[in-house]
Design a protein around this ligand. Sequence first.
Ligand code: C2E
Ligand code: CA
Ligand code: CA
Ligand code: CA
Length: 275
Amino acid sequence: YQAKSRGGGCHAFFDVALRERVQRHMDLEQDLRHAARVDELWVAYQPVAELGTGRLVAVEGLLRWQHPVHGAVSPGEFIPIAEGSDLINRIGAHMLRTATGQIGAERPGLDVVLNANLSPRQLDDPGLHALVQRTLSDSGLPAENLCLEVTEEAIMRDPTAAARVLNGLRELGVFLAIDDFGTGYSSLAQLRRLPLDTLKIDRSFITDLPESAELRVIVSSIITMAHAIGLDVVAEGVETARQLDLLRDIGCDHAQGYYLSKPVPLDELLSSGLT
Ligand code: C2E
Ligand code: CA
Ligand code: CA
Ligand code: CA
């Protein structure tokens, strides 16, 4: 009898927690509808450096949401919310316009590639090609200064459709990268058919690199195979000098991570001495 009543209390507890989660999701989705209009969404930039020279070669634009009540809401929370509604295309367009505008305006003083993330839903959007074309011409950012990142997941949902979309984008002259590599189920043999330029190795492979000889073999093989099909390799989530040294030793091309810099506002990027 006691166990049963405790079980009941447990249910009530989960009900409240679940109801609060659902409520927050609905609130955020509602607020996200005008966040772009009222400038609550802004773009942080994280440097990507060449491993041999330490030279800044690219910056990844990462969306930030400063909510008037909830404070900073992480993209890990609001991107999936946007992705689950029609909002992702609007927010993705806002992100592209903002970032190409800001990086385009700093040229030629700042000459880096801007990396921008495309969500799976954006890849399905028939207006994507025109959007990219228009943001490039409006911002004056040369196509070869833009690299669009897509995840394995987005590609594997429908590889034939993805190939068609990526080929169209490639014709605009932009670079294409596969993001979070190693977290999905694609193989380099499948990716070989796509017009990709860069492969970004997911942070989960980098974190324990110094402790694991197995991981070093795995990452080293990924790099060798990526190079064999003409891809440059970026290691994500580099947090220590030790990881950076190992990556350089096994022939990785570029690195991105807190060890080099966190994602920062544009003015901080410009005054960082990295540029
Ligand atoms: P992502 O594309 O894999 O971006 C890299 C994430 O790793 C960023 O998290 C970055 O802050 C974090 N990171 C970078 N270096 C380190 C490190 O050394 N250690 C650790 N622990 N983390 C590091 P963030 O900014 O929270 O973004 C999370 C995800 O949200 C992104 O993962 C991306 O999938 C999505 N996202 C962010 N901005 C956009 C956007 O504009 N459009 C779309 N579709 N997705 C976005
Ligand atoms: Ca990314
Ligand atoms: Ca990534
Ligand atoms: Ca290539």
